[in-house]
Design a protein around this ligand. Structure first.
Ligand code: FEO
Length: 402
């Protein structure tokens, strides 16, 4: 049965939720599910904004037909070709051969690659083009690399609705209200929004900043992303989070201590350091076992905190594999602009500190605090004193940069 929800006036949400998916993109755990949003405008012309993932195509198609109620579908606007949004494209075309596909040239190329679609009924738009559909006029804003190169947004005037593709999306299925003002977004979605942004789009901070710049000064009443809640109120609060994440500016003054430990001694060091950080006045301290925490969460927490500590045992004469993977993932996300400290462990030839420093110093604007604390097998009195001294240096730096 269809489940179409009115967003405002003649605009409707016709998406769906998947709460059984274990890995989004085959990589990211989604324990709270994910929504795939599509929208339908019933003006003098009918306009569908994007389609949905194959997992929710039935409910989407039912909603589409119910709302059209026999009217033709005039336009299908495609903002992003990733299959979690384009998978139902051919099914829409089968039902509505009358539809004109409205999109840009890069999307058109991908439509051919994915679906062999090279139909006559398409309208290729460029930046700033407009399309009047009755009371509303669509304007197209290109947002390349927010998340893929073909991405664009649509701004609907005069009502001020922004269709923002992956931007301002979040992991987490929708429950009850589809609106951010219909739930406690900060409690229910913020951590998943951060994990979604940093892992999916985080590499492209420069391009996200460019897209945000295009939107500055634009009067936005409603933001309709492709995942997660629709924004009608207090959008500036979320926009500020996006501005920070995309500029790689820490969101929270605090320390995240990431450790890789085989027999518990490096964990012991991390916990001594974390306790000392807290005692020294660091406002928030978090500790993560990189072997027991999904790397997508580690990435999100690294983006969040101002001060990071990496503590790793030496393994195969290198960095312990889980920590090495995490650091490589940070590099791949163009991560930077942080204060960091290091703790290494090794029984006969500790090398992880030097190797972690090589990786971290290759990232942009990384600032090392204190000397690397070296553990030889287990934490002794001298080592514990060094950890406490390092904690005092980190906390003092946090205080200075507050
Ligand atoms: Fe939700 Fe980049 O697709």
């Amino acid at each position: 049965m269809y489940n179409a929800i009115r967003v405002r006036e003649s605009l409707y949400w016709i998406g769906g939720n998947d709460r059984r998916l274990s890995l989004f993109e085959g990589a990211f755990p989604v324990p709270r599910g994910v929504s795939y949003n599509a929208y339908l405008l019933l003006d003098e012309k009918t306009v569908l904004f994007d389609t949905v993932d194959v997992s929710v195509s039935e409910v989407f198609l039912e909603g589409l037909e119910r709302l059209l109620n026999g009217r033709p579908l005039d336009y299908l606007v495609i903002h992003h070709m990733e299959p979690d949004h384009s998978a139902s494209f051919l099914r829409v075309l089968e039902r509505h051969p009358e539809v004109t596909v409205v999109t840009n040239q890069k999307v058109a190329t991908m439509l051919k690659q994915y679906f062999g679609f090279d139909g006559e009924k398409k309208r290729i738009v460029t930046e700033g083009d407009t399309l009047c559909v009755g009371e509303n006029t669509l304007s197209f804003v290109f947002a390349p690399m927010v998340h893929w190169p073909e991405v664009m947004f649509t701004y609907l005037a005069p009502c001020g609705v922004l269709f923002s593709a992956d931007a301002f999306g979040t992991f987490g299925a929708l429950g009850g209200s589809i609106f951010a003002d219909g739930c406690d977004f900060e409690r229910e979605y913020l951590s998943e929004a951060r994990r979604y942004y940093t892992n999916i789009v985080g590499k492209y901070g420069v391009q996200v900043q460019a897209a945000l710049k295009k939107l500055s000064g634009v009067e936005i009443s409603t933001v309709c992303p492709l995942h997660g809640p629709v924004w009608r109120e207090n959008f500036g609060w979320f926009l500020e989070k996006y501005s920070r994440w995309s500029a790689y500016v820490p969101e929270t003054r605090g320390a995240a201590v990431f450790y890789a430990s085989v027999y518990g001694h490096t964990q012991n060091a991390a916990e001594i350091l974390a306790a000392a950080l807290s005692e020294a006045g660091m406002p928030e301290v978090k500790v993560y076992d990189v072997s027991a925490t999904d790397v997508s969460e580690l990435i999100a927490e690294a983006f969040r905190y101002s001060h990071l500590v990496f503590a790793s045992t030496t393994y195969n004469n290198g960095i312990f594999v889980k920590m090495e993977n995490f650091l490589s993932d940070l590099q791949a996300h163009n991560f930077g602009n942080r204060a960091y400290s290091l703790v290494e462990n090794g029984t006969w030839a500790p090398t992880s500190g030097k190797l972690m420093e090589e990786k971290l110093s290759s990232m942009k604007n990384m600032r090392k605090i204190g000397e690397t604390v070296k553990i030889l097998s287990a934490v002794g009195e001298d080592c514990a004193a060094s950890l406490r001294a390092l904690a005092a240096e980190i906390a003092a730096d946090g205080e200075r940069s507050a």
